[in-house]
Each structure stands twice: as structure tokens, then as C-alpha cells.
Design a protein around this ligand. Structure first.
Ligand code: F6P
Length: 476
């Protein structure tokens, strides 16, 4: 079988015992472990050298080819266009986005130089899988320097509605570059439809009978591939940790507090401010939960040199202090808020011990925490997932308590209901969700995407109708 070459902005190998690194890293590593291959991208260092050298490191069947970024590239490509323009816009936060031509040029320049670096590492039948919004123009850059391999792209974050997307001044040029991929994958049908809408209405592309698109002179395929988890690994991690430690604080009478848990990268898209308000509203409107419930929020910091991330951090610190100041008692602290990151086993153990998983992003591509929380539960006494309708996961986990994160009182009511939910209802909801989590697991995500990418017709073959599996995995 052809070798797999994965390209992502950040290369983040997961080492046992180290902190959890998020959905992209877990998914990519799993895909590579199965087939072997190369993982190519930034090592996270910002260096003084104008052209930082690349480094190869092989572990088992995976070769990590990584390199640093110089300060200008880091500022313009990563901190600038990727995280201060694309990230907020793709998460519907036009109010938080800014645009600079220099940063866009830097974004294009880094994509071009990454393609140049990759070229000598490639064999003719390698298959290239590119991940996420940092690398939208990567395929075009590859084609311009004569790389003919199959190239697929998966967007881990939401794809916004046209009216939002067009706030990016070079939206047309940017979206044109996406059409150079052979296959473009999305988390949900909503994302795929938003993309299709942009291509067909904004640039008069054509939706072909086989479901492919033709635009800017290119014919390419698109599909829906909801990213999943490895439920059996989560179950093992959750069980083994619980055996050693119990996270749940107890009242002085020895009664365990009902525990609500959330784990997110500290990001304004995660709805943390609204979530804190919802917990405060729960204590205000349902006083029976005072000294009876606690909320644990783990939020490792992220992109901390981007202004909008500094602002949200300050806001949450003040909110947590305010709620604790207002409600805590000598023997009870309502919110435990931490910016530390913990290894996966600890987090899965925490999930299993918690009565409620509170996952309420304002907008999220998928949100694997929702799936992980459910998978970590004890089938005989499962907790309840409270999930935002704006997380991609809500398309699949319809048996969660679905909330609108802009409705603070609605979230507080859902929390009250979750805490009081009878065992039979909790079990039924858990079993429904586990069926879907097992069906749409990480292996299906990887296998469906790669199967479609391998069967898509490219180069001289393209233009004829292909026989892809009805591209777009059913989600539930
Ligand atoms: O899933 C979104 C994403 O931006 C990934 O591309 C990335 O690996 C992860 O979040 C962490 O972000 P960063 O690399 O900016 O710390």
C-alpha cells in the first residue's frame, strides 16, 4: 500500500504520561501508527535562524520530519493570519478577527516554503493528508512545484457560512487554493454544505452528478468524516485511574458533592464565560445545589501571545473569583478552575468520576471531549452529557441534553436536570450515545477518508465520474 504522509501545522507526538494534545494530534498519530509513514510540520520552536533546518526522527514505523519557524513567519503565519484572522472567522467571531496583508502574505509564504521542504522527502506513490486551516493553500503550492501525488485535506474546525467567510478580504483567492486538493473533508454536513454553498453561489462552481465540485477549472471531491475516539482505550484509562484515586471532594458529613466537569483549551470559542455564568445561575436559582455541587473547569492556556486569548484569560480569572467569593463557604468551594494540563489517564479518570460533563462551545468543529466524557462513563452508573448545539458532536450525540450556550438560564436548568436525572434515563442516554461513538470511531474516520482519497481519480484520470462510496459518512 502507498505510504502515508501527514502534514499539519504542529507535529505533536503523544508520549505516554504526557499531557493530552487534542483531537488533531490523537487522530493523526493513530492514522500513522496503523500504516506507518511521515508526519511533517512545525516542531513548535521559534528560532533566530532565517531558514531553520529540518530534523528527522524515527519512532517505530513513523518518521517525524519537523522544523522551527523564524520569528517573522511565526508572527505572520501562525499568530497572525491563522489565529487572528482565520480562527475567529471560522468560529463566527467576526468581531474578534483582524486582517493584515502582510500577515496573509506570510501565511502564503510559509505554505510555499513547507511545500518546497516536503518535495524531496516524497516518493511518487505517497499519499498526502493535510490537516487544518493553517494549510489551506498547501496543495496549490505543491502543484506549482510539480508534486503530482494525491493530496487530501481535512478541516478540523467549522466551515463558516458564506456571509461570514467573505469578511476575509482575500476569501476568493484563499478558497480557490482549496480547490487544488483531490478530496476536501469536513466534520459535519453543515460544514460541507456551507462550503458547497460558497463554491456554487459565490464563484459559480458546479455541483456534479457524482457529488464532486468543479470550480476554477478543477474537479475535486468533498465529504463528511466526523472524527471519533478509540472508546476501548478510554474505558481502560478511565477504569485504571479510578481504581487509584477519587477526585471528588466530600462535604464534612462525608457526602460526595455532585461534580460537573469541563476540559477545554482556553479559547473564546469554547463558551467558558457563558458556562461560568450558567453555573452561577444554577446556584442562584436552585439553592439546593449550594454546598451540594461543585464545578471543575480545566483549561490549559493556549496561543497566549494572541491578544484575544489574553483577554479571555483575564475575564475567566475574575469570573471564577467572583463566583467563589459570592458563594463559597469555609467547607465548600463552588468552582475549581485550573490552567494546568493533565495526562489523558487522569482526565479520563476525572470524567468517570464526574456526574455531569459540561461541553458548551459557542462553535466547535467536533469537540472530542464530548465523546471522551461519554466513553469514560461506568455503564452501570453513567453521568450525563450537557452539550452545546453548536459543537459538531451534537449532530451525532443527540441523546445528550442539548443546550444553546447563549441561553444561560437554559444551561442552568439543564444542569439541574442532569444532576437529578434518574439512573434508568442516564443509562438509556448513555447506551444510545455509546452505539454512535463506537460506530463513528477514530478508525472509521481515518479509514473512510483514506479510502476515498485513494479511490479518487487524479491528474489525467480526473474529469470522469468516480465511484467513491457515497462520499460523506452518515453521522448517526
Ligand atoms: O483543532 C484545532 C487546532 O488548531 C489544531 O489544528 C491544533 O493542533 C490544536 O487546535 C491546538 O492549537 P495550537 O497548535 O495553536 O496550539
Amino acid at each position: 500500500m502507498s505510504r502515508l504522509v501527514v502534514v499539519s501545522n504542529r507535529v505533536a507526538p503523544i508520549e505516554p504520561g504526557k499531557a493530552s494534545t487534542g483531537g488533531l494530534a490523537v487522530g493523526v498519530l493513530d492514522a500513522l501508527r496503523q500504516s506507518g509513514g511521515i508526519w511533517f510540520g512545525w516542531n513548535g520552536d521559534v528560532t533566530a535562524e532565517e531558514v531553520p533546518p529540518g530534523k528527522n526522527q524515527t519512532q517505530g514505523n513513523i518518521t517525524y520530519h519537523t522544523f522551527g519557524l523564524n520569528k517573522r513567519d511565526y508572527d505572520q503565519y501562525y499568530r497572525g493570519f491563522s489565529n487572528a484572522t482565520l480562527w475567529p472567522i471560522f468560529h463566527y467571531r467576526v468581531d474578534l478577527s483582524r486582517y493584515s496583508r502582510e500577515e496573509y502574505d506570510g501565511y502564503r509564504r510559509v505554505n510555499a516554503s513547507m511545500a518546497q521542504r516536503l518535495k524531496p522527502l516524497l516518493k511518487p506513490d505517497d499519499i498526502i493528508w493535510v490537516h487544518d486551516y493553517h494549510l489551506i493553500p498547501f496543495a496549490e503550492e505543491c502543484r506549482m512545484i510539480g508534486i503530482r501525488n494525491r493530496i487530501g485535506f481535512f478541516l478540523h474546525i467549522p466551515f463558516p457560512a458564506s456571509e461570514i467567510l467573505t469578511a476575509i478580504p482575500p476569501h476568493n483567492e484563499l478558497l480557490k487554493t482549496l480547490c487544488y486538493y483531490d478530496l476536501v473533508g469536513f466534520q459535519t454536513d453543515t460544514d460541507k454544505l456551507a462550503f458547497q454553498d460558497y463554491i456554487t453561489r459565490e464563484v459559480r462552481g458546479v455541483l456534479e452528478n457524482d457529488g464532486s465540485l468543479t470550480a476554477y477549472g478543477h474537479n475535486f471531491h468533498m465529504g463528511v468524516y466526523p472524527i471519533g475516539t478509540v472508546p476501548d482505550d478510554i474505558i481502560k484509562q478511565a477504569e485504571s485511574y479510578r481504581a487509584r484515586r477519587n477526585f471528588i471532594s466530600r462535604s464534612i458529613e462525608g457526602i460526595p458533592y455532585k461534580t460537573i466537569v469541563s476540559v477545554d483549551r482556553l479559547d473564546y470559542s469554547k463558551g467558558l464565560v457563558e458556562r461560568f455564568c450558567a453555573f452561577e445561575t444554577l446556584l442562584e436559582r436552585f439553592p439546593q445545589h449550594r454546598k451540594a455541587a461543585q464545578f471543575i473547569q480545566i483549561a490549559p492556556t493556549s496561543r497566549s501571545d494572541v491578544k484575544t486569548y489574553q483577554n479571555i484569560r483575564k475575564q475567566l480569572e475574575s469570573q471564577a473569583g467572583h463566583i467563589n467569593g459570592r458563594f463559597s463557604e469555609l467547607d465548600w468551594t463552588p468552582i475549581r478552575y485550573s490552567n494546568k494540563s493533565y495526562d489523558r489517564r487522569t482526565i479520563m479518570g476525572l470524567f468517570r468520576s464526574a456526574d455531569v460533563g459540561l461541553v458548551t462551545p459557542l462553535r466547535d468543529g467536533m469537540n472530542l471531549v464530548a465523546k471522551e466524557y461519554v466513553a469514560a462513563q461506568d455503564p452501570e452508573d453513567p453521568g450525563v452529557l450537557v452539550l452545546s448545539r453548536f459543537a459538531g458532536a451534537a449532530r451525532e450525540l443527540t441523546s445528550a441534553l442539548i443546550v444553546n450556550p447563549y441561553d444561560v438560564v437554559g444551561m442552568a436548568e439543564a444542569l439541574d436536570r442532569a444532576i437529578r436525572m434518574p439512573l434508568e434515563e442516564r443509562k438509556t442516554r448513555y447506551e444510545d450515545m455509546m452505539r454512535i461513538i463506537r460506530k463513528n470511531d477514530l478508525a472509521s474516520w481515518r479509514d473512510n477518508f483514506l479510502k476515498d482519497l485513494r479511490s479518487v481519480k487524479v491528474g489525467a484520470e480526473a474529469g470522469t465520474v468516480t465511484t467513491l462510496r457515497a462520499v460523506g459518512a452518515p453521522v448517526a
